[in-house]
Write a protein that binds this ligand. Structure first.
Ligand code: CU
Length: 204
């Protein structure tokens, strides 16, 4: 733990000082204190949903009868394409209230991306291959990222002000609220979350 904190401190010292904008380094752990990869971490300005334009279209590939990546975090309004790079056909669907959709049995890349306009968690599956599952977490802010294997992430470019920092992981029991904490950003800072996840599928 000490080594990790020291490493984090050293990384912060190396950051260039950009005028006005701050970085917040965040670490996400499970209840046993182990780092949690693939957690969605985001900062919502207290002033309300961002009017920033969503980023460009992202991709969730189907390869080896798996969705890659397992977890995707996007700003509301972003489109996702679902290229099928397998030789078998897939039938991608979601019954999640945040986005109900279906891409009927297909090969190759569907003509149009699917747009996700509503914040929330969208669980996708394949009608043909029951074991295929992936998670899309849609957030109302351009300030988001996904934790790395060490459970760490850095949100850059935050203007000084009040934020609600949030963290979500697909291993949280379905329907449980995202973890959150208020943060007043005045300069570079650090924060941590502990998430009580119920499942940690291998290989993700
Ligand atoms: Cu399939």
């Amino acid at each position: 733990m000490n080594t990790r904190l020291t490493a984090l401190g050293a990384a912060c010292l190396l950051l260039p000082l950009s005028a006005g904008a701050a970085s917040v380094a965040i670490e996400v752990l499970d209840a046993a204190g182990q780092p949690l990869a693939d957690a969605a971490v985001y900062a919502e300005p207290a002033t309300g949903p961002s009017s920033a334009r969503p980023g460009k279209t992202v991709e969730i590939e189907q390869k080896g009868r798996k969705f890659i990546p397992t977890v995707t975090v996007i700003q509301a309004g972003t489109g996702i394409t679902f290229p099928n790079n397998d030789s078998v056909r897939h039938h991608v669907y979601s019954f999640s209230p945040a986005k109900i959709f279906e891409l009927k049995l297909y090969s190759g890349e569907p003509a149009n991306p699917v747009h996700f306009d509503k914040p929330g968690t969208v669980v996708i599956g394949c009608n043909i291959h029951d074991q295929m599952a992936a998670y899309i977490h849609v957030v109302p802010t351009p300030h988001f990222a996904k934790t790395d294997a060490a459970g760490r992430v850095k949100l850059d470019g935050l203007a000084p002000g009040k934020y609600q920092l949030k963290a979500w992981h697909y291993g949280l029991p379905p329907g449980s609220p995202v973890a959150e904490q208020a943060m007043a950003v005045t300069g570079d800072a650090a924060a941590a979350f502990t998430l009580n996840v119920k499942q940690r599928p291998a290989g993700n």
